[in-house]
Design a protein around this ligand. Structure first.
Ligand SMILES: O=C(O)C1=C[C@@H](OP(=O)(O)O)[C@@H](O)[C@H](O)C1
Ligand SMILES: C=C(OP(=O)(O)O)C(=O)O
Length: 440
């Protein structure tokens, strides 16, 4: 089983002057892992240009290869090779999901299309991430799953090579990925799928919109006749050459860095249109008081003299649709003029770690004060001191520690290797941003 890199304690650099940097970011995790799945189920070979190369994408590539899909590295880009994907008959495999939600939710549905038994397991914490909806959905579709009654990994899917599909109701309150997983595989179901979400809430809707857009771009007929209902027609998934956008969720700590330290940070390669939830960062940072401009393919935050000169604007923000961005925004709450409450993020308790508890504990270790409840976190403005910031194997918690370290002397992220989940280049890119040496 692949575990993340050895714990790597990392002294976060302090920004001693306003920032002045242009940052180029590697590819989007959400787009890379969707396009890998769609390419594997497509009607011919296709290429992903500028894909992400990280632990989550490597786990997806390894899993697809184990299932019988050809994935070949071709060419060389700034962050690694392109990927040429050749679909093949899917068969028995043993899949390591690591801590990747996209692997542990997307591939069990793909496994139902395999002829053979497909075993799923992952990191110890991955076994605690919600996955009962995946297993329930498979059984409702007539697919046998052995989970020893746990509703979590490890479990085994007994694929017969075909799924009839039809109508299905799931509870996706714990993760939008349950919906995305079913929609991605549904064109290959004999009758397609009419999927209805029945549950208290549906988090991360932009990620479902991304799924629909990637399907449409490959010629699949999809619709959403009402909120929480989707229809996917059966039919081929067209082979395609697709370009992967930079990861805009990983832009969050870099753009927020200018807010904290002052000066300017530009993220290059900002797409003119995108389905990534990171597209909401300009509005979120503006809401907190920052100045954000988009000029062509460049998104720039001008943090003026930084939070030492001007506090951010506290209050309440609903981030149910963008929980992925909440660790960065919560960290910024330390520098606000009033408590900052982020609501609608109960589902982030089921992410790489319990993100609400993690931020509460990490801030307390630096002398800060935050409180969490079932669905929200409230961060009090406070003067922090140095100390250890635990990453909890969570890339977004690790980068939030780096962000605070810009303004707080002596912050040590206990395992910066956690960033390898979606951005292995993080420490290097961060140091270059602070030093202002990134290429224009
Ligand atoms: O489908 C995806 O690519 C993702 C969906 C979201 O999951 P949740 O709905 O579980 O929050 C998001 O937070 C995650 O980082 C990636
Ligand atoms: C929740 C996240 O990841 P995953 O795809 O593992 O759910 C995330 O990247 O913030």
């Amino acid at each position: 089983m692949t575990h993340s890199t050895h714990s790597l304690a990392w002294a976060a650099p302090v920004a001693t002057a306003p920032l002045d940097a242009v940052v180029h970011l590697p590819g989007s995790k959400s787009l890379t892992n969707r396009e890998l799945v769609l390419a594997a189920l497509a009607d011919g070979p296709g290429t992903l240009h500028a894909p992400l190369h990280s632990r989550d994408s490597a786990l997806m590539v390894d899993a697809l290869r184990a299932l019988g899909v050809g994935v070949e590295e071709v060419g060389e880009g700034p962050f690694g090779p392109d990927l040429r994907v050749t679909p093949g008959p899917l068969g028995s495999a043993s899949i390591d999901c690591g801590l990747a939600g996209t692997v542990m939710r997307f591939l069990p549905i793909v496994a139902a299309l395999a002829e053979g038994t497909v075993a799923f397991d992952g990191d110890p914490h991955a076994r605690t991430r919600p996955n009962a909806t995946t297993i329930d959905a498979l059984r409702a579709l007539g697919v046998r799953v052995d989970d020893h009654g746990t509703g979590t990994m490890p479990f085994t899917v007994h694929g017969t090579g075909a799924v009839r599909g039809g109508e299905l109701v799931v509870d996706a309150s714990a993760s939008s990925q349950f919906v995305s997983a079913l929609l991605l595989a549904a064109p290959r179901f004999a009758e397609g799928l009419t999927l209805r979400h029945a549950g208290a809430r549906l988090p991360s809707l932009p990620h479902v919109e991304m799924t629909l857009a990637t399907l449409r771009a490959r010629g699949v007929q999809v619709s959403s006749p009402e909120v929480g209902v989707w229809r996917v027609e059966p039919g081929p998934i067209a082979a395609a050459d697709v370009a992967i956008e930079p990861d805009l969720s990983n832009a969050a700590p870099f753009l927020a860095a200018a807010v904290v330290a002052g000066g300017r940070v530009t993220v290059a390669g900002w797409p003119a249109t995108t389905t990534q939830v990171g597209a909401e960062l300009p509005a979120l940072l503006t809401r907190l008081g920052a100045s954000v401009t988009i000029d062509g393919d460049r998104c720039t935050v001008d943090g003026g003299a930084g939070v030492a000169a001007t506090p951010l604007v506290g209050g309440t923000i609903d981030m149910a649709h963008a929980g992925e961005l909440s660790p960065t925004i919560a960290a910024l709450g330390v520098f606000a003029d009033a408590p900052l409450t982020i609501e609608g993020i109960g589902h982030t308790r089921g992410h790489e770690t319990d993100r609400i508890d993690a931020i509460v504990a990490d801030l307390a270790a630096l002398g800060g004060v935050a409180t969490g409840d079932a669905d929200s976190i409230t961060v009090q403005p406070s003067a922090l001191h140095g100390g250890t910031w635990a990453a909890y194997a969570d890339h977004r918690i690790a980068t939030a520690g780096a962000l605070l370290g810009l303004a707080v002397d002596g912050v040590v992220v206990d395992d910066v290797g956690a960033t390898a989940k979606t951005i292995p280049e993080f420490p290097e890119l961060w140091h270059r941003m602070v030093a202002g040496t990134d290429a224009p």
